[in-house]
Structures are given as C-alpha cells and as structure tokens.
Design a binder for this molecule. Structure first.
Ligand SMILES: *[C@@H]1O[C@H](CO)[C@@H](O)[C@H](O)[C@H]1NC(C)=O
Ligand SMILES: *[C@@H]1O[C@H](CO)[C@@H](O)[C@H](O)[C@H]1NC(C)=O
Ligand SMILES: *[C@@H]1O[C@H](CO)[C@@H](O)[C@H](O)[C@H]1NC(C)=O
Length: 350
C-alpha cells in the first residue's frame, strides 16, 4: 500500500460514519413505556400528577407511571441517547422532522394490540403505527427515502405491549378460551409487526409482559395475597406466542433481528429473591390506597412509601424506578433465558 493509499485510508477514518455514530430509538407500547403522550389526550388514564415523578428530576410528574424514570428511559440511557420524546409533544412543532430523526416515543398508557382495549382512552398500537407512518413520510420528504430507510434499518424499535389486552380479557372473563384469545391477539400483532417492517423497521426489542398475576392489583383480590396463577398462565402463553412469532418472522423475512425479553422470568426472579436485588417489599405498592395500596392508583391523596428503592411496585401495576433500572440493565446486557437470541447491546452492533 503506497503513501497515498494510507493517506486516503487515514482521511476516510476521520469521516464520522453516520451509521455507527447516530443511535436512535422508536418506542411503541403502553403505560410501562409512556413518557407523556397521554398528557395530550382527553382521558382518565393519566399520570401527570403527584406522587408520580416524586423522584424524577425536579420532582416533576411527567406522565410516566413511575416514581421516576421507566425502563425505556433506562434503555435509552444504556444506548447513550436521550429518552425519545412523546410524539404528541413534538408532532406539531414546525421543525418536527429534525426531532423525528432523533427518535420518538409513541407509547400511551392503556394501549393494547386490540383497538377495543381501553378504546377512546389512549393511542392504540394501531394508532401509534399510523402516527409512525406519518413520521416516516416527513423524514422521507426531508432526507430522501433511501437515507430514511437506512436510518430506520439502524434504529432500535422497542415494543412493550399486550398487558392491557390481557387485563381486559381477565376482567371480561372471556367467551373464548385462553388459547383462542392469545392466538387472536398474536395474529393481530403479526400484522402490526409486518406494518412496522414494511415501513422500514429491522431491529426489534420486544419486552414481554410481566407476571400480571403478581401485581398488587391482582394479589389484593386473593385472600392469601398470592399471585393469581391463571393470570400468570395467560402471560406465559402470550410471551411464548410472541417469542415464536418473532422467530418465525425472522426466518420468513431474513433481514430482521430482535431481542426478546422474558419480563415474567425477570420479575419472578426478583420476587423470589428480593434481597439479591436490594428490595424488601414485593407485594405492597409504594403509592396507593386500600389493601396492599392496590385498591386505587397513585394520586395526590394516596399514601406513599419513603423507601422507594426497596419496593418492587410503585403503584398497583407499575414497577418502581429502581426495578425499571434493573430490568433495563438485563435487557441491555443480559443473556438467555432472560433475553434472547441476542441482548440489546448485541442487537445494536448487528
Ligand atoms: C426547532 O426550531 C427552534 C427554533 O428554530 C429551536 O429552538 C428548536 O430547538 C428546534 N426544535 C427541534 C426539536 O429541533
Ligand atoms: C384470578 O383471576 C381470575 C380472573 O380475574 C379470577 O376469575 C380468579 O378468581 C382469580 N383467582 C384467584 C385465586 O384469585
Ligand atoms: C419465561 O420464563 C418463564 C418462567 O421461568 C417460563 O415459564 C417461560 O417459558 C418463559 N417464556 C419464554 C417465552 O421464554
């Protein structure tokens, strides 16, 4: 290799390669991932009031269903990027396509895979995908469609969805069997994943549903404060079906990759050995009212605990900031059977 070649090689190495330098995430999901979209909706499903956010910067309630950050905030932190802003906060700003390129969070408290889940109270997953589609068009108009496709192919697509559909099924005590319910749910999800793929998504992070039967809301309904086994069974069925769907979709489409996180396993490990994780309380919600602080949501008139870092649950359904941090670290750096076939650090490098 002559000196000129070396010089060219050297100069080339100085050019920042857009691919590796620019990390972006697009987030879809429910209250576990909402960073403020519901603040912009006329809905009962809100969290932008105390004591939510008591441990957030400035003690501010941002619309997160947490005492502080949620797991999406921590995943973004691990990726080394700012937590993507709520879509509804930036959609109408004049230079929104700049913001769109840096990542967007579409998650909305109450959202489900089915449009009927909390209908009219949230942005359903389908609505979130529709908004994402307009985001893609705006980016393509500005950057060109090739550059936009390249950008999207490098981006992380984080999905936390399904818990509200399961809760709706449990409350409705369905006419269909759990197996029928889950197969309808996951075939709907299949169409939604295809839509995201067709818009350009290639790297998916799917966070499976936690053991809903162990939430304070479900434990409260048991005389013994035990986890509701049939609710947990439904979550297992769903998680299995999602994991299979992702595997099938990958082998069908080839150029798709994913991380699946078994939240049920992760949270059951915490519940079985809380002290290993620095926790002391895994049944009672930190903030709420009634038995296990789980009869009503966290509101300004609810009781709330002082030692929030030692609680698993912030309110009747959602984990504390401390636990979200633990889960995000596992999603990012963990290994099978918690997260597979690759973790998010590996997914990012693919
Ligand atoms: C949009 O433009 C305004 C003024 O030019 C600027 O202050 C703001 O930071 C920009 N917002 C984004 C999201 O780029
Ligand atoms: C578990 O939840 C289901 C559905 O909500 C309910 O019908 C059942 O009674 C619960 N089981 C226990 C032991 O609480
Ligand atoms: C998740 O973990 C649970 C608990 O160990 C296990 O029963 C289940 O098979 C796992 N599900 C998936 C999809 O990996």
């Amino acid at each position: 290799m002559g000196p000129l070649h070396l010089l060219i090689l050297f100069l080339f190495s100085l050019i920042p390669t857009k691919g590796s330098a620019q990390k972006t995430a697009y987030v879809f999901g429910d209250s576990l991932a909402d960073v403020g979209n519901n603040n912009y909706l006329l809905t009962l499903l809100k969290a932008n009031f105390p004591y939510n956010g008591i441990d957030f910067a400035g003690g501010k309630s941002t619309g997160r269903y947490s005492n502080g950050k949620n797991s999406i905030d921590f995943i973004a932190e691990q990726l080394g990027i700012a937590s993507p802003p709520p879509y509804l906060a930036i959609a109408s700003s004049p230079n929104n396509s700049d913001a769109f390129l840096r990542g967007v969070n579409f998650a909305s408290g109450g959202a489900g895979i089915f449009d009927t889940t909390n209908k009219g109270q949230c942005l359903s997953f389908n609505k979130q995908i529709a908004y994402f589609s307009t985001v893609c068009s705006a980016m393509a108009e500005r950057e060109g469609s090739i550059e936009t496709q390249n950008h999207l192919a490098r981006s992380i697509f984080a999905l936390l969805i399904g818990s509200n559909d399961i809760l709706a099924y449990l409350n409705d005590n369905g006419k269909v069997t759990p197996q029928q319910f889950v197969s309808l749910l996951v075939s709907t999800l299949q169409g939604q994943l295809k839509k995201l793929y067709n818009l350009g998504a290639r790297k998916f992070v799917f966070v499976g549903t936690g053991p809903i039967g162990c939430s304070p809301a479900q434990r409260r309904q048991s005389k013994t404060e035990d986890c509701n086994a049939s609710a947990n069974f439904l979550c297992d069925l769903y998680n299995h079906a999602v994991a299979s769907l992702l595997q099938e979709t990958k082998s069908e489409l080839g150029d798709l990759s994913y991380s699946f996180f078994n939240s049920s396993l992760a949270m059951l490990q915490v519940i079985q050995k809380p002290y290993d994780y620095g926790l002391t309380e895994v049944k009672t919600a930190c903030c709420g009212l009634g038995e296990l602080n789980a009869k009503v949501a966290c509101t300004p008139i609810s009781a709330h605990c002082g030692s929030r870092n030692s609680y698993l649950f912030w309110d009747f359904y959602h984990p504390t900031e401390a636990v979200s941090r633990i889960l995000a670290a596992e999603i990012f750096e963990g290994s099978a059977p918690l997260v597979y076939p690759v973790n998010v650090r590996e997914l990012e490098d693919l």
